[in-house]
Ligand binder design. Structure first.
Ligand SMILES: Cc1ncc(COP(=O)(O)O)c(C=O)c1O
Length: 515
């Protein structure tokens, strides 16, 4: 592979430059059919680009039919249908497109072409692999503390319910979900100012499934999706897996900037705007109220759907949670998604969608195609827990613990971080965002942190695309204050060392871009 010269100042995204350069070399047979392309990490390192950029370039080659990915083996020149025999001759195109007779055949490895890619999730998993050691403090998880899970109560309710309920409730159920649970959710929504009845609710297997159902139902290849930049990594993978293109709305301390959102809407005519307005992941920022209204007005005037992801507003530490965007929605443009993963137990896998009329109808169809319905046992147990006297008490106790942990991490950051490092002050949720001084990239800080024995999430993975500077996501909910404090001290040492080494960051102006 001849390494292309990449023009980082160009409007033409880096991944497309790379894709074009490789495509030219493949079609001119400079890279012969059957060759294995360099591994993502290797090429990313050589070109000083993010691994996601290479994955996107390879994906584009695959979409062109110029390359195929083989499970666990890498990316090879030539498509699966026109897969190459080990000798390099063209295979019979009438062969199954599923099974590519690939190069470097190993008896133990099936020759399977891969159509689903989740580049950010796999990049994150491989980045975090070295962090899975006992001596490394993880500030990377963004998960609730298992010590706070109401497992005993839920276990008791589960056993009692199995003993007493009519078994017919375990029959194949309706995709929309348990009526009792939907009634409870509707009541909760009304207490938040969202005008919902049980008929407007679909129970999902976690809110991640809700995002996936919305993407499957309303996005097609080439559609644009606006996202906050940065945002929830998995949502980016889900949208791109649908073939959607991402445009990132810049954020400031009050959240996504509505004027920027409006001009992106005019420019790209997106189908969907995905937002996490409260306890934003990864920054911890909550969107200002006037901006919530602006987004609804934008959606209505441009006939745009908003997917509002409310994963964590129950853990608001000062006053009550801000009003959901959905509360301002009078035209049915907002699809509201909630979850019980942070407030109860993530392993129950229960979330829900609140939407209006035909939109909900389509999502119910998508749910029935996906996993038919969420476990009725779990839904009913959850409902019994939510209606017990334990729920509000447990929630309050967890909120107090997380608030204490948030206050503690903010104190430690102020004590130990070197000059030039700033961070957000989350009013809700489990995460905050550390902004690095000029010249230090998120990847460098992450890697230096690992050397010190602390892990976090390098923010590049959470970006839809430009612009840097990026930052680090640090989670404070799942560790005791002392553990988090030690982790932050290690991170501060790592950043201080990078600052004093006088090293400049590698040019990293491309990050992830699909526009
Ligand atoms: C912003 C956001 N949305 C959705 C999810 C998915 O959560 P779950 O599927 O567990 O409800 C997460 C998980 O961390 C998240 O951070």
């Amino acid at each position: 592979v001849d390494l292309p010269a990449l023009d980082r100042a160009s409007e033409f995204p880096i991944y497309r430059q790379l894709h074009q350069a490789l495509a030219t070399q493949i079609t001119s047979t400079k890279i012969p059919a059957g060759s294995k392309l360099p591994s993502v990490r290797e090429l990313a390192r050589t070109l000083s680009v993010s691994p996601i950029t290479v994955v996107q370039a390879y994906d584009a080659l695959i979409a062109d039919g110029l390359a195929h990915a083989s499970l666990g083996r890498g990316t090879f020149v030539g498509g699966p249908v026109f897969g190459l025999s080990p000798e390099g001759t063209r295979a019979d195109p009438s062969e199954s497109p599923q099974l590519a007779p690939g190069p470097n055949t190993e008896a133990s490895q099936p020759q399977v072409s891969v159509h689903l890619r989740a580049p950010r999730i796999s990049a994150m998993q491989s980045l975090l692999k070295p962090a899975r050691k006992a001596e490394v403090i993880s500030l990377a998880a963004g998960t609730p503390d298992p010590a706070l899970f109401p497992t005993k109560t839920v276990g008791r309710l589960w056993s009692r319910m199995i003993a007493t309920e009519d078994p017919s409730f375990l029959q194949y159920g309706t995709p929309q979900g348990d009526h009792h649970l939907r009634s409870w959710i509707a009541g909760r929504c009304r207490s938040m100012g969202i005008n919902a009845d049980p008929g407007q609710i679909l129970v999902t297997s976690g809110s991640q499934q809700a995002i996936d159902l919305v993407a499957r139902t309303f996005l097609g290849p080439g559609d644009h999706v606006l996202v906050e930049s940065p945002t929830f990594v998995t949502a980016l993978d889900i949208f791109e897996e649908r073939g959607a293109r991402l445009a990132g709305i810049p954020m400031d301390n009050s959240g996504a900037q509505p004027d920027a959102a409006a001009s992106l809407v005019d420019r790209y005519r997106p189908r969907l705007l995905y937002t996490i307005p409260t306890a934003h992941n990864p920054t911890g920022i909550s969107l200002a109220d006037d901006r919530r209204r602006s987004l609804v007005a934008l959606a209505r005037s441009r006939n745009l759907l908003i997917l509002e992801d409310d994963i964590c507003s129950e853990f608001t530490y000062e006053g009550g949670p801000p009003k959901a965007i959905k509360t301002y929605d009078t035209s049915g443009h907002v699809i509201f998604v909630m979850s019980f993963s942070k407030t109860v137990i993530p392993g129950l896998r229960v979330g829900c969608v609140v939407a209006d009329g035909p939109i909900l109808g389509r999502l119910i169809e998508a749910k029935s195609l996906s996993d038919r319905f969420t476990s009725p046992l779990i839904q009913r147990t959850l409902w019994r827990y939510l209606t017990s006297h334990h729920y509000e008490r447990d929630l309050e106790a967890a909120r107090d613990t997380y608030r204490r942990r948030r206050d503690s991490i903010l104190r430690v950051l102020a004590d130990v971080m070197p000059q030039g490092v700033t961070w957000t002050r989350p009013a809700a949720g489990f995460n905050l965002w550390i902004r690095l001084p000029d010249g230090i990239s998120a990847t460098e800080a992450f890697e230096e942190g690992l050397r010190e024995g602390v892990s976090c999430i390098p923010g590049d993975l959470c970006l839809a695309h430009d612009p840097p500077p990026s930052g680090l996501r640090v989670s404070f909910a799942d560790n005791h204050e002392d553990v988090t404090a030690e982790g932050i001290k290690r991170l501060a040492r790592a950043i201080t060392r990078l600052l004093s080494s006088g090293r400049r960051a590698r040019p990293e102006s491309e990050f992830v871009t699909t526009i």
